[in-house]
Design a binder for this molecule. Structure first.
Ligand SMILES: O=C(O)CCC(=O)C(=O)O
Ligand SMILES: [Fe+2]
Length: 348
């Protein structure tokens, strides 16, 4: 009896049928190529130099969503020089590891409340697409300004709020810095995104080992409804992007953040930057944990192509829309769209 009570939903020898996607969604062959040509940008070398800023924008154009930004890559220091300044300006590894560990502890707790306060925990059985469940658990909560929403976060594990706020302070600095580089690269005025990036959402996923990953998905193909998303995926592969009609793996690089260009940046840049489709596949032997931080406009912000990017040759491709309308119309956070909108609005 005890064994049954303590066993988790993923402790199964055979894949339960509720997790088997129809053929059109199944990942099938998981040996898709790892894209080693996804650009890795050394932020320490960017420092506002026009060439590097252009490189960031070029990378976003060519590869859609992904730029890998790293502080230091142990073992790579010969091929990619790492300076002390990088470490000083980067996110300390300890803060990232602490955040990963406290989230692992959260997901490992045997009972987790759902929809408590302003955060939303979904078990693998909660979210279904055409009746089929994702092989993952997820936790989402608003996270900006931290002091206004920290009380909405889980308080068990007891270190959760302290550790996650320390992590998010760093993420917010990094996201502003990246947005500033992007605005410079697009020819927008300095600070263009500052007021527009004030609503942030943390979304963490845990993907336990799966008996048959060729039939399941951790996350369905989607584009992020954000301006940008900063994603930490630890050392585990699983994230795939669609490039030239093929799914390719975004290889995990130690201490790297993946920067995902979201739909809102695609609109504001009048499609100079593209947000690309991505999904997460499961693994037979690894537990994968990821922390995504969505940097979003506030609900009332009107999103439209930046005026300086629109002219006779390149007319606006979008009609202006409030961000909340976009989110509602596209059901951007699935069945939790309304709950998330409410949580973001009521954080003050
Ligand atoms: O877990 C991942 O690697 C990706 C998560 C993701 O795409 C999302 O949260 O939107
Ligand atoms: Fe995503």
């Amino acid at each position: 009896m005890k064994e049954l009570k303590d066993s988790k939903w993923f402790d199964v020898e055979y894949l339960p049928k509720e997790y088997i996607f129809s053929k059109e969604y199944r990942p099938g062959n998981l040996d898709s190529p790892v894209c080693d040509s996804i650009p890795v940008i050394d932020l320490s070398k960017v420092n506002g130099h026009v060439n590097s800023v252009e490189a960031i924008v070029k990378a976003s154009k060519e590869f859609g969503t992904y730029l890998n930004l790293f502080d230091s890559i142990p073992g790579y220091s010969d091929s990619i020089p790492v300076t002390k300044q990088v470490i000083n300006h980067g996110i300390p590894e300890k803060k990232v590891n602490d955040a990963m560990n406290v989230l692992k502890e959260f997901f490992n707790m045997s009972s987790k409340e759902t929809h408590t306060k302003g955060w939303i925990y979904t078990n693998s059985t909660d979210y279904a697409k055409d009746g089929v469940h994702l092989w993952r658990e997820n936790l989402k909560h608003p996270c900006h300004p931290i002091e206004d929403c920290i009380h909405l976060w889980p308080d068990n594990p007891t270190r959760y709020q302290e550790v996650i706020s320390a992590y998010l302070v760093e993420i917010q600095k990094l996201s502003l810095r990246i947005l500033e580089l992007i605005s410079e690269g697009l020819g927008l005025k300095s600070g263009y995104f500052k007021d527009m990036s004030e609503v942030q959402l943390l979304s963490s996923n845990i993907y336990p080992p799966c008996p048959d990953p060729s039939l399941t998905l951790g996350i369905l193909p989607h584009q992020d409804p954000s301006l940008i998303t900063l994603l930490y995926q630890g050392q585990s592969n699983g994230l795939q992007v669609m490039k030239d009609g093929q799914w390719i793996n975004v290889g995990a690089i130690p201490n790297a953040f993946v920067v995902n260009i979201g739909n809102q940046l695609e609109i504001i840049s009048n499609e100079k930057l593209k947000s690309v489709k991505h999904r997460v596949v499961n693994s037979t032997n690894e537990t994968r944990l990821s922390i995504a931080t969505f940097v979003n406009p506030s609900p009332d912000t009107i999103i439209e192509p930046a005026k300086v990017l629109v002219n006779e040759m390149e007319p606006s491709r979008y009609t202006p829309k409030q961000y909340k309308e976009y989110v509602q119309y596209n059901n951007a956070f699935g069945e939790y769209t309304v709950a998330i909108q409410n949580a973001l609005r009521s954080k003050n």
